[in-house]
Design a protein around this ligand. Structure first.
Ligand code: CIR
Length: 263
């Protein structure tokens, strides 16, 4: 049976705003080029569609520079969706803006009511939901998520995102039910002891934010050793140019919400 953690009928993306040049970033390596960002984004959306997904492409929200990174606004599970409470003040309104779209797909849409939590810090596996505390996600936010999903039967495990890493999933991605692609710095914290872990090649840590969507592993282009390793392990890999999103700390998972509606 296809896992609900890697197989989805739908995805939601949002066109990058021109204001993405002002997007948040940890280190300033120059502003992203908007036209090139848009081209890369179009490739990403096309690859999602090729996997059979129906993609809802939302319009840009110029008032939110980081709005293209929709993953941070919500968590979609098979029972319903949870609207996040981003820890970045400039991103707070993005989550509320996602609600009307999710209400079209889910009967039950819940809200994180206290603390802060962003979707980039959440990794859903077949057995549990892993959440890394970070600069954007705190224990109150994790507790609020736990409360939201308890009656749906999910276990939430609270972990720590390594220092200087934006989100938990900046450093990892689920490849299949039991396999996680991870950097060594994250896996060395012991958080994946019950899983099979494949490591990014040394110097290719930025390839860890891969996302498995309907049997295809979408990963940022330019990390040939990690891509070859994944292919040798039997994964179907598609490499997507990501230079512009990377300038504002964005990767593959951040660019979509992946879901199977229940309406
Ligand atoms: C931010 O700092 O919030 C954005 N510039 C990047 C968000 C990346 N999202 C993700 O990893 N889920």
């Amino acid at each position: 049976m296809d896992s609900f953690t890697t197989h989805f009928s739908h995805a939601i993306t949002r066109r990058p705003a021109r204001s993405i040049v002002d997007g948040l970033r940890a280190d300033d390596g120059g502003n992203p080029d908007f036209d090139l960002f848009l081209q890369h984004h179009e490739i990403y959306v096309a690859e999602l569609k090729k996997t059979g997904a129906k993609v809802t492409e939302l319009s840009a929200l110029e008032e939110f520079a980081d709005c293209v990174f929709v993953e941070d606004t919500a968590l979609c599970l098979k029972e319903g969706a949870i609207i996040m409470r981003p820890g970045a003040p400039s991103r707070a309104g993005e989550a509320a803006a996602m609600r009307p779209t999710l209400e079209k797909y889910f009967k039950d849409v819940r809200d994180i009511e206290i603390g802060h939590i962003e979707g980039g810090d959440i990794l859903v596996t077949a057995r549990e939901i892993l959440v890394g505390r970070s600069e954007r996600t705190d224990s109150e936010g994790v507790a609020s998520l736990r409360k939201c999903v308890a009656d749906w039967g999910y276990t939430v495990r609270e972990l720590q995102t390594p220092p200087d890493v934006l989100h938990f999933k900046t450093d990892c991605g689920l490849l299949d039910e039991n396999t996680i692609l991870s950097t060594r710095r994250l896996a060395d914290t012991g958080c994946f002891e019950d899983y099979r872990v494949l490591y990014t090649a040394e110097g290719e840590e930025a390839s860890a934010n891969a996302v498995c969507f309907n049997g295809v592993v979408l990963m940022p282009a330019g990390f040939s050793k990690t891509a070859e390793m994944l292919k040798a392990e039997g994964y179907q890999v598609v490499e997507i140019p990501n230079t512009e999103a990377a300038k504002v700390d964005g990767g593959m998972s951040c660019l979509s919400l992946r879901l199977t509606p229940n309406i």
